[in-house]
Design a protein around this ligand. Structure first.
Ligand SMILES: Cc1ncc(COP(=O)(O)O)c(C=O)c1O
Length: 450
């Protein structure tokens, strides 16, 4: 590279990152092949996180590259205020086929195509408010999220997110957003034990109590991730959680929004987390795995009954008052179509179930060897564990951060919180590659053992 890279690096703004520290120890990726990434020092890394829950098809997928290239040559941009393009129509049709059955209603789901996860959740939140305005409940505007949840970086999505670490410097955020405690059995906020539901599933009941306490006639929507990752690691709700939430939302005419930016497109071993739990939301935001990261692509699936409220005469002003220039971009849609075809034709979602079971078993094995590995949990290809912090009472660096540094040294990529390590490997990973990933994770734990 002819430019003075060091002079640029602390002026290149990465997400959630102190750039002076990054510039002192940069990490620049130059190439990807299969499930591996290479940095500019020439070192290869096994991708245990699919980039960031994105590259489910790995790197260098020729079919997607070709589909995007062909579309670039045919038409790279269609005037969005005037019309659409064949790939956008085809992708919408395909998404309507794979949408959770309970969302389809009489006419099937509607689809709003977008470019990123935050756009998708933001769009879903705005749609919920407009829906009530024009379906006889104009006072419904409040949105309920949960503490620790993450829905994106834009103001509305961030307002619905529940981690103060990312919110506080931007407050006050959008008005009318409330939070309840997460369904995190491993660290139950109510100090209860699940025990086959003996806890009363307080986490779910509390959402209904919140709706009632706020006056249901003012509550528009509840937004939740089917399985989320927060600073406390993967939050795996008890099996009853979403059915209780669905019933509460139905009772009070509140829309249920699933943020499936991470869980969509096979990660839990079904097309969507909604299928995994057998509970259909009214709006489903998706992104990340939708294009496998080859192009920016996201969307919102809209249940039939919600969409009907947006149809009418052109002068009725019932159309959705929302848009983005790159929404439904033809190149993104062509790549998205090829991505969905790959998931389906290579039977990768079934592979994710098998691979996820193997990953879980391997992590359980690590927990048996290293007693400081606790609470192995997850579903499908979203699996992780806690690190018992009291194992290293004198340590200045949190154990998750030590693991992260060791992982980089030894050539794997994982998601590390202060006391949590999570994996979300590409759906195309082979069992031998997964074993290599777990062996290296084991070597990192061995190096940390007191
Ligand atoms: C659950 C969830 N929702 C929304 C987002 C925001 O997506 P994006 O970063 O593509 O805007 C993320 C990003 O990590 C996410 O994990």
């Amino acid at each position: 590279m002819s430019i003075d890279e060091r002079a640029v690096l602390d002026h290149l703004v990465l997400d959630f990152r102190q750039m002076t520290a990054f510039a002192a120890d940069p990490w620049v990726f130059v190439r990807g092949e299969g499930v591996r990434l290479q940095d500019q020092e020439g070192r290869w890394y096994l991708d245990g996180l699919s980039g960031v829950f994105v590259t489910g098809l790995g790197y260098g997928n020729e079919r997607i590259i070709q589909a995007a290239n062909e579309q670039l040559r045919a038409l790279h941009f269609a005037p969005p205020l005037h019309g659409t393009s064949p790939p956008a129509i085809e992708l919408t049709a395909r998404l309507r086929e794979i949408a959770p059955a309970g969302m389809r209603g009489e006419h099937g789901v509607a689809v709003k195509l977008l470019s990123g996860g935050s756009e998708a959740t933001e769009t879903a939140l705005k749609m919920a408010r407009q829906y009530h305005k024009q379906s006889g409940h104009p006072r419904k505007y409040k949105l309920i999220g949960r503490y620790g949840g993450y829905h994106g970086g834009t103001m509305g999505a961030l307002a619905a997110s529940g981690g103060w670490e990312r919110r506080s410097v931007f407050e006050p955020l959008v008005a009318g957003v409330l939070h309840t405690h997460p369904p995190a059995c491993q660290r139950c906020p109510f100090d209860k034990t699940y025990d086959h539901g003996a806890c009363g599933i307080t986490c779910a009941r509390l959402v209904e109590r919140t709706i009632e306490a706020e006056d249901p006639e003012t509550v528009a929507a509840v937004i939740m991730e089917p399985m989320s990752i927060s600073s406390a690691g993967f939050v795996v709700p008890p099996p009853e959680y979403f059915a209780i939430l669905r019933a509460a939302c139905d009772k009070h005419n509140v829309l249920l929004i699933f943020d499936e930016i991470i869980t969509g497109f096979g990660r839990l071993g079904m097309w969507f987390g909604a299928d995994y739990y057998g509970v259909a939301p009214d709006l489903l935001a998706c992104g990340k795995g939708m294009s496998g990261g080859y192009v920016p692509l996201a969307g919102v699936l809209i249940a039939d009954r919600v969409w009907q409220a947006f149809l009418g005469d052109p002068d009725s002003r019932r159309e959705f008052h929302h848009g983005h220039t790159f929404a439904g971009n033809p190149v993104a849609c062509a790549a998205g179509l090829a991505t969905l075809a790959e998931y389906e034709e290579r039977d990768l979602i079934a592979h994710a179930v098998q691979l996820g079971g193997h990953l879980h078993a391997r992590l359980e094995g690590l927990a048996e060897t290293y007693p400081f590995v606790r609470d192995v949990r997850g579903a499908g290809l979203l699996q992780g564990f806690d690190l018992a912090t009291d194992t290293w009472p004198e340590a200045a660096t949190p154990p998750g951060k030590r693991f992260e540094a060791l992982a980089r040294e030894r050539g794997i990529i994982a998601r590390c919180g202060n006391d949590f390590v999570g994996f979300a490997p590409p759906l195309v990973m082979e069992t031998a590659e997964l074993d290599e990933l777990c062996d290296i994770a084991g070597a990192c734990l061995e190096a940390m053992a007191p």
